[in-house]
Design a protein around this ligand. Structure first.
Ligand SMILES: [Mn+2]
Length: 353
């Protein structure tokens, strides 16, 4: 299937969804949603789309006008350096469109107020729902993104030596990912040594690695727009404390059980409960202080999430992390994370060879 056909298919699917809610069209201002539809990356606030039965209109900065018009002949591109939201509202009036929706969850207060005052209709996030289920082409890109992350782990692990700082390790990892074709990291790379591993969201620092300390790496990249995410934890040195071995083993068991539980029809809440139950039964419940996992796609955190409070049910094509952890303040912590994809009857791990 050509890229252009994929774009048109997505647009048609979106039209089907909004028509079910008796809408005549949508304005789309979120730059990640715009990337999902078009495969073109606008910075935040650089474009507004108006989609209706007749066409797709794109208000964007003058500098994009000619190249975009050439690349996407089916789209009407209007160079508009200022007040793109107002321009979209005027166009809606000019075209006589009655019920145009806007994504109430993603709009800024300013834009939302303007749209509402102009008679537009608050809707749920149609594109967020579409983005939750990845098609084969998206899964192929996610696989590549996760492969780069895994290879980064294999590359860096033997290079980590006593005396290196967390920043040095992060820099080597990020350089490797860039050379492999990643456009960026998918979030701030976490490299934690020693007691820093007990902080789930540690900020990478100048801290140097000493002999016989815990190491934790949590990282990923963006490749062709799609994110990867993985975490590995191990003991650096030959005097691994019993307690570290214990929490690593329990976390590993929780991690395997979580991934084994994933399949279409399974409640995300239940997957969290299964993995969490193993940690709780081992007596470490209070030290597992975050959700089990989150969806991954064009954004590093998206729906559905393996979360105690989630009402989501897994579907084939969901891409979601499983990342249990145990953190003992002042001592050390362990987290093990894979990005997984839900298949016909289970889940595949993407962050592996
Ligand atoms: Mn994660």
């Amino acid at each position: 299937m050509s890229d252009m056909q994929r774009i048109l298919d997505k647009i048609n699917l979106l039209k089907t969804l909004y028509k079910q809610d008796d809408l005549d069209g949508l304005v789309i201002t979120n730059n990640i949603d715009q990337f999902y539809l078009l495969g073109f990356y606008f910075y935040i606030g650089e474009a507004v789309f108006l989609l209706y039965e007749g066409e797709l209109v794109c208000f964007t900065r003058q500098l994009y006008q000619a190249p975009l018009q050439q690349k996407y002949p089916f789209m009407r591109v209007i160079g508009q350096d200022k007040q793109m939201n107002a321009a979209a509202v005027q166009e809606i009036a000019k075209l006589g469109l009655k019920r145009i929706g806007f994504d109430a969850e993603k709009e800024s207060y300013m834009a939302g107020s303007l749209f509402k005052a102009s008679g537009l209709v608050e809707t749920s996030s149609y594109i967020s729902v579409l983005r939750q289920t990845k098609d084969a082409a998206e899964i192929a890109v996610l696989r590549d993104s996760c492969k780069i992350a895994y290879d980064t782990y294999e590359y860096i692990r033997p290079l980590i030596k006593t005396g290196m700082s967390e920043f040095e390790v992060a820099a080597e990892m990020e350089k490797y990912m860039r050379i492999r074709g990643a456009s960026a990291t998918s979030f701030l790379t976490i490299v934690a040594f020693g007691e820093n591993t007990a902080n789930p969201h540690h900020e990478t620092s100048h801290r140097k690695l000493q002999d016989n300390e815990a190491v934790l790496l949590d990282f990923g990249c963006i490749y062709n727009g799609y994110c990867s995410d993985m975490t590995r934890s191990w003991w650096h040195g030959d005097k691994e404390p019993e307690e570290y071995t214990k929490i690593w083993t329990v976390t590993n068991k929780a991690w395997k059980a979580g991934i084994a539980a994933e399949k279409p029809g399974m409640r995300c809440q239940q997957v969290d409960a299964i993995a969490r139950g193993i940690i709780t039964d081992a007596g470490y419940g209070p030290y597992f202080t975050h959700r089990l996992g989150h969806g991954v796609g064009l954004e590093i955190h998206e729906e559905p999430c393996n979360d105690q409070t989630s009402s989501a049910v897994m579907k084939k094509g969901n891409v979601i992390t499983v990342e249990p952890g145990i953190y003992l303040p002042g001592k050390f912590g362990v987290r093990l994370e894979e990005t997984t994809v839900i298949t016909d009857d289970g889940a595949d791990i993407l962050t592996r060879k």
